[in-house]
Design a protein around this ligand. Structure first.
Ligand code: ADP
Ligand code: MG
Length: 425
């Protein structure tokens, strides 16, 4: 075989490549991270400071499974980032380890319901746990449940099913599956199922049929938000693993805890902050993460969150928001609901869409107000009654940036509605 040797000149070209220089400079710069992985949201730490009590409670409820009794179903709830998923996974890892040690037939299955998305998908994941393959579609849910139950029963074991972010599933598809799962033990002889439901929504109980609620919450555990001091403990333990010695300064760490504490005591936000701050420091080519990097990280995470919300809004909410943007862009100081509705209708006309009623649009405005994208303030119009003055809760630029790319709104980005045209004259 003939080997072709490329002349050096070709390599020479690569050497002056700007991108190559960039990579070299990055690699020459100081390293900040010792282990970036431990800041990943899925990482389950060896230690869960300030969750001893909750871990012990879960352990106590599940321990009977080691002797072959079913134990109780558990319903866990608390805001995002309060350590629910981490505490449950941690406790179950330890339970499984113990069950292998003593030879107790226990299996666990973790399912994130929001990601799984449908009842059918959850059922097929359960089937997979007991080794039954299910086609993507085509079977009736009842049939899939039967196959799962029959195979499970033969295996003679206790199956602990964790249904994480269960609120997302129930709000979309109702609680039929949950009802069936809470009743499943009635038809099992050799095996048993224990359910752990986890919800990020504290008011989720209201969505459940009382019978489902009472069987799911045989035991109930609430996870409270972390305080700034607790977050600082969690962070310093993780930062020690993630960063090389001295890279994360005391002040930066304290600021991350303070920011995340004001964000409903969210450990996920705290960890995101130290990770992004570290990445920004690394990008700057410096060896220490400063408070300035943390402030910058906070701003970046917040902007990313806004972009994500803007992108994923339903079309009519986008149009309502865009209508308010058009007012703000023309320097109209706060528009009232009626005016926003007029512009919204006009935009619908442009896109050949049927507009929603003013009542529905008013509802959408309220929803956007709740997530902080709009600010609506009630004002008195004297004998004309009351209305809302509406302003954007975020910058004009972020709307322009995100919606220029939107397949519906993009073509209208420089549009001037008729009523604003008249204003200008
Ligand atoms: P939730 O499920 O309540 O939304 P998670 O359990 O996913 O919250 O926690 C969010 C992040 O914070 C995860 O990366 C988790 O490892 C971490 N975390 C939460 N609580 C603790 C704790 N007490 N100690 C260490 N890390 C924690
Ligand atoms: Mg979770």
């Amino acid at each position: 075989m003939e080997i072709i040797v490329l002349p050096m000149k070709v390599y020479g070209l690569v050497k002056i490549d700007a991108l190559d220089n960039l990579f070299d400079n990055f690699l020459k710069g100081p390293t900040i991270f010792r282990n970036h992985e431990v800041l990943h949201p899925d990482y389950v730490p060896e230690n869960l400071p300030h969750r001893d009590k909750e871990v012990q409670m879960i352990g106590k409820i599940l321990a009977p499974a080691l002797r072959g009794y079913r134990g109780s179903n558990i319903f866990i709830y608390g805001k995002t980032g309060t350590g629910k998923t981490a505490a449950v996974r941690y406790t179950l890892d330890r339970l499984i380890r113990k069950s292998r040690e003593v030879g107790a037939p226990i299996e666990t299955r973790y399912i994130n319901c929001r990601i799984a998305g449908t009842d059918y998908r959850i059922l097929s994941l359960l089937c997979e746990t007991v080794g039954v393959a299910i086609p993507f579609t085509g079977l009736a849910s009842g049939e899939v449940l039967d196959r799962f139950r029959n195979t499970l029963d033969v295996k003679k074991l206790t199956l602990i099913v964790i249904l994480d972010e269960i609120d997302a599933l129930i709000k979309m598809h109702g609680d039929i599956l949950l009802y069936k799962l809470t009743r499943i033990n009635e038809n099992l002889k050799g095996s048993r199922v224990l359910l752990i439901g986890i919800s990020n929504d504290l008011h989720f109980k209201e969505f459940l049929d009382p019978r489902v609620l009472s069987s799911l919450s045989e035991e109930e555990i609430v996870f409270h938000p972390y305080t700034a001091v607790e977050l600082a403990d969690i962070l310093s333990e993780r930062a020690e693993m993630a960063f090389i010695d001295g890279a994360m300064t005391e002040g930066a760490l304290r600021l991350c805890s303070a920011f995340a504490a004001s964000e409903h005591g969210d450990a996920r936000r705290a960890l995101d902050l130290i990770r992004v701050a570290g990445e920004l420091a690394e990008r700057d080519g410096v060896s220490k993460v400063s408070e300035e990097h943390v402030r910058h990280a906070q701003k970046k995470i917040e902007e990313d969150r806004v972009v994500e919300v803007l992108k994923t809004l339903p079309l009519h909410s986008k149009l309502v928001l865009f209508s308010v943007y058009l007012f703000m862009k023309s320097n109209v100081e706060g528009s009232i609901t009626g005016d926003v509705f007029e512009v919204y209708k006009e935009l619908c006309g442009q896109l050949a869409l049927d507009p929603l009623t003013q009542r529905r649009v008013s509802g959408l405005i309220n929803e956007l107000d709740i997530v902080g994208i709009l600010n609506a303030r009630l004002v008195n119009l004297g004998r004309y009654g009351r209305t809302k003055k509406i302003r954007l809760g975020i910058s004009n630029d972020s709307i322009k940036e995100v919606y220029s790319m939107d397949s519906w709104i993009g073509p209208l980005i420089t549009y001037t509605p008729k009523c604003l045209h008249e204003n200008k004259k």
